[in-house]
Design a protein around this ligand. Sequence first.
Ligand code: HPA
Ligand code: ZN
Length: 338
Amino acid sequence: MSSNPDLRAWIAQLPKAELHVHLEGTLEPELSFALAARNGVALGHDTPEALIAAYDFHDLPSFLAIYYRAMDVLVSEQDFHELAFAYLSKARSQNILYCEMLFDPQAHTGRGVAFHTVISGIRRAQVQAAAELGVESQLIMCFLRELSAASAMETLLASLPYKAWIVGVGLDSDEKNNPPIKFAAVFAQARVEGYRLTMHCDVNQQNTLMHIGQCLEVIGVDRIDHGVNALEDAALCTEIARRGIGLTICPVSNRFVVQNLTGEEIRRMLALGMKATINSDDPAYFRAYLNENLNALHEDAGFTAAEITTLVRNGFDVAWLDETRRGHYLALLGASLS
Ligand code: HPA
Ligand code: ZN
């Protein structure tokens, strides 16, 4: 399908929210090289272009292998600051006014980087971006699901002194043989601590319908990251729509890991009254930030301006914002449409 430059410009100027972006997945090759030089880490490639050329992923495990290896360059508080500030600057350039950013503390504490180092660098970038760029952001702390529930609980406890800086907890990484129920006690405790709850149910994973069902019935999530396969079960769709649970869909990420933009699935979700939102997931790896994801839906799946408006509005509708802030952003969106 041919591109429509007018629609691209219109998408670019829309006030937007992003709710599913892994901070470690925003590590651009140029920044990798700068941090590798600073920290004396060998990247195994001579140029950022060669590093990108080695991004050879076709499913979740092959992506995750590259994603974790690349994190070795993140060592100091300043490194995490630069990572987060670079993403927030990029967000501002795309008129993303509000974002909820996921981070993976165990991917760093497991390499000997202190939780405090990670979160204080990110937090400093958030404060600076709010003041200097006018971008508001909140943090979602994810547990790595292939690690033990005990390790997740230890991470939850380590986060408590920083509770004011974290809006919610999530579950990511390798889903195979790692169902939501493995973390039921951790998420129950997170709820008691006041955190909002989300979990990844990546596309076409083993036992995905069982995992989505556990998210709803055992964990009591507020949101589901991905969750596209819920469409295979009418009862799950009805319940997700009834509870107003947001689904953070990542079309270009889907195109990499399941070779499909999932445009038709997104349309069906909207038709069923499910709160689908559009997000970038790991934009430095999939080479597409939020605007490029929306452009792809228009250009490759024929999404109209009205459909894109609904998806963007859903982002603010299901964001973990208080009603005053939500109203503020919805008013900005409304003004941009009139
Ligand atoms: N799925 C699961 N874990 C992840 C992802 C993802 O898409 N990105 C970063 N960690
Ligand atoms: Zn994700």
